[in-house]
Design a protein. Structure first.
Length: 449
C-alpha cells in the first residue's frame, strides 16, 4: 500500500486505524495504534515517539537496571519511530486497520539506535551491500495450535491445553482440514496483508503446523516474519483459540523451528553467487564455513530463551550437532536447490527467535567467512544424530550467553555497545530463571525429599 492509497482508503472510510510498530529484543511487536487520519496528516511525515526503556525491559515489562543505553539515571527518554513506508500494508486480520514497521532513531545523534534489532540487521545488510551482494532469505515458521483461548490458557497456567489435533499429523491433509478455520484464515489474512503465502501443512506434533511464506530480500523477509507472528496471534485471539511459537511447548511433542534459507546474489548481475556455471562457488564454501564456525558465538540469537534448548534432542528433527549435508534433515546446515535456487538452510533457530537477530547472526558469520576465506568441514553423509566427534550446539542459554559474552567475533561484528547490551539481556533471562521455583521442582521435591 502506498501513502496515496492509504490516504484514499482513509478518505473512503475503509481504514480508520494504523498500527505503528517495532520489535524489542524478544521480537515482540511494540508500538501504538494511531487514528488513521492523524497518521496521514502528521505521523506519515514525522513518525512518532516511544520510551527508550522498551529496549531494556524484561518479558514482564519491568525496567532492568544496569544498561548503558537507557536507565532511571538517564531519565528514560524517548526515541523516534520513523515509519518505513515500504512496509505499509493492510493488516488483513483486523478490521479497517493498516500496519507500518518503523526504524528506531536517536534524534540527538541523528542515527539509528544501535541496539534496536532492525538497526542491527541493517548494519549487516550494509556490509553485504558494500561488497556488491544482495541477500535473499526465507523463514519457515512452525507453531502449535490449541483449542483454548489465550485467556483460558492463562487461567489453566498453560497446562492441560487441548491441541487442535489428536495424533501426529505431518503432511496429513485430513488433520489439516480440521484446522482450516484458523490456518486457512491465517493464509488469507497474510495474503491480504501483502505477505505472499506458499503453503501450510501439518507438522510432527499434535496440533503442530507450519505456514510458509515466499522468500524476499532479507530485511523484507525479517519484516514479513515479524508481521506474520503478530498477525497470527491477533487472529487466534479473535477466533477464541491460541497459537504458540515457543520452541518446546510440551515435553511429549517435537519442538517448533524457524528454519531459515539464505543465498547471496550479485546485485549488479542479479545472479546467485553461490552457483557458478552449475557448480558451488568459493563464496558458497566460505560463507558456509563462516556461518558454521560462529554458531556457538551467536547461538543466543538462534535460541534466545531458556526453553529454546529443550528442543535440541537427538531424533527429534531438531539439529544437535554442527554439520552440513546435502538435503539431510539430521544436519544443522542443509544445502538444497541448484543453479539460481542454490541456498543454505540453517535448521538451528527455533520458532521463538527474533528474525532480525537471526539474520544478523547469519550475515555477520557468513560475511566474515568470505572475508577470511573460512573453509567448512567436509560434507557429512549419514545420520548426524549417531555421529561422534562433531561439535554440539550449546546445551543451555547460560552456556550460550557465556560464549556470546566472550566472543571477539561478536564484538567485531556488532560493536562493543551492542555486544554488551545483549550479553546483559540474555544474562537477565538466565538469572530470572535461576531464581524461580518451577512446577517440576515442587512436584519432584515437595513431599519426597
Amino acid at each position: 500500500m502506498t501513502p496515496e492509497e492509504l490516504a484514499a482508503a482513509v478518505g473512503a472510510g475503509q481504514i480508520d486505524t494504523v498500527m505503528v510498530g517495532f520489535t524489542d529484543a524478544y521480537g515482540r511487536l511494540l508500538g501504538k495504534r494511531l487514528d488513521a487520519s492523524f497518521f496521514v496528516d502528521d505521523a506519515l511525515a514525522h513518525g512518532t515517539h516511544a520510551c527508550d526503556y522498551l529496549l531494556t525491559v524484561d518479558m514482564e515489562m519491568d525496567p532492568v537496571p544496569g544498561y548503558e543505553y537507557a536507565s532511571w539515571e538517564l531519565g528514560y527518554g524517548d526515541f523516534h519511530l520513523v515509519p518505513d513506508l515500504s512496509t505499509l500494508a493492510v493488516a488483513g486480520w483486523a478490521e479497517k486497520t493498516a500496519l507500518v514497521l518503523c526504524d528506531v532513531v536517536d534524534d540527538a545523534a541523528d542515527a539509528l539506535v544501535s541496539v534496536a534489532p532492525r538497526s542491527m540487521l541493517r548494519g549487516q545488510i550494509d556490509r553485504a551491500d558494500g561488497s556488491g551482494y544482495t541477500v535473499m532469505a526465507a523463514s519457515e515458521l512452525e507453531f502449535f495450535l490449541f483449542e483454548d483461548s489465550y485467556r483460558d490458557a492463562n487461567r489453566k497456567s498453560y497446562a492441560d491445553l487441548e491441541p487442535a489435533g489428536w495424533y501426529i499429523e505431518d503432511y496429513h491433509l485430513l488433520q489439516g482440514a480440521r484446522v482450516e478455520g484458523y490456518v486457512g484464515a491465517a493464509r488469507r489474512a497474510l495474503t491480504a496483508s501483502g505477505i505472499p503465502v506458499e503453503s501450510s501443512k501439518g507438522e510432527w506434533g499434535r496440533g503442530q503446523h507450519e505456514l510458509n511464506i515466499r522468500y524476499a530480500e532479507v530485511l523484507e523477509m525479517a519484516d514479513r516474519h515479524t508481521v506474520m507472528k503478530h498477525g497470527m496471534k491477533e487472529l487466534a485471539e479473535s477466533l477464541g483459540v491460541s497459537v504458540t511459537f515457543m520452541a518446546k511447548p510440551t515435553t511429549e511433542e517435537a519442538g517448533s523451528s524457524s528454519h531459515i534459507h539464505l543465498s547471496l546474489w550479485d546485485t549488479e548481475a542479479q545472479a546467485n553467487v553461490f552457483d557458478v556455471e552449475g557448480k558451488r562457488s568459493d563464496l558458497f564454501r566460505w560463507f558456509l564455513g563462516g556461518w558454521m564456525k560462529f554458531v556457538p558465538d551467536f547461538m543466543v540469537f538462534y535460541a534466545p530463551t531458556i526453553n529454546s534448548y529443550k528442543r535440541y534432542t537427538d531424533g527429534s528433527w531438531a539439529p544437535t550437532r554442527i554439520a552440513w549435508s546435502q538435503d539431510n534433515r539430521t544436519a544443522g546446515f542443509r544445502v538444497v536447490g541448484e543453479g539460481p535456487s542454490l541456498r543454505i538452510e540453517n535448521r538451528i533457530p527455533g520458532a521463538d527467535c527474533n528474525p532480525y537477530l537471526v539474520y544478523t547472526a547469519a550475515l555477520a558469520s557468513g560475511l566474515r567467512g568470505i572475508e577470511e576465506q573460512i573453509e567448512p568441514p567436509a560434507v557429512f553423509e549419514g545420520d548426524v544424530y549417531a555421529a561422534s566427534g562433531l561439535p554440539r550446539v550449546p546445551y543451555t542459554l547460560e552456556q550460550a550467553t557465556d560464549l556470546f559474552t566472550a566472543s571477539d567475533a561478536v564484538r567485531s561484528a556488532l560493536g562493543d555497545d551492542v555486544a554488551e547490551h545483549y550479553a546483559k539481556f540474555f544474562r537477565v533471562e538466565v538469572d530470572s530463571f535461576n531464581s524461580s521455583v518451577t512446577d517440576w521442582e515442587r512436584a519432584r521435591y515437595f513431599e519426597r525429599i
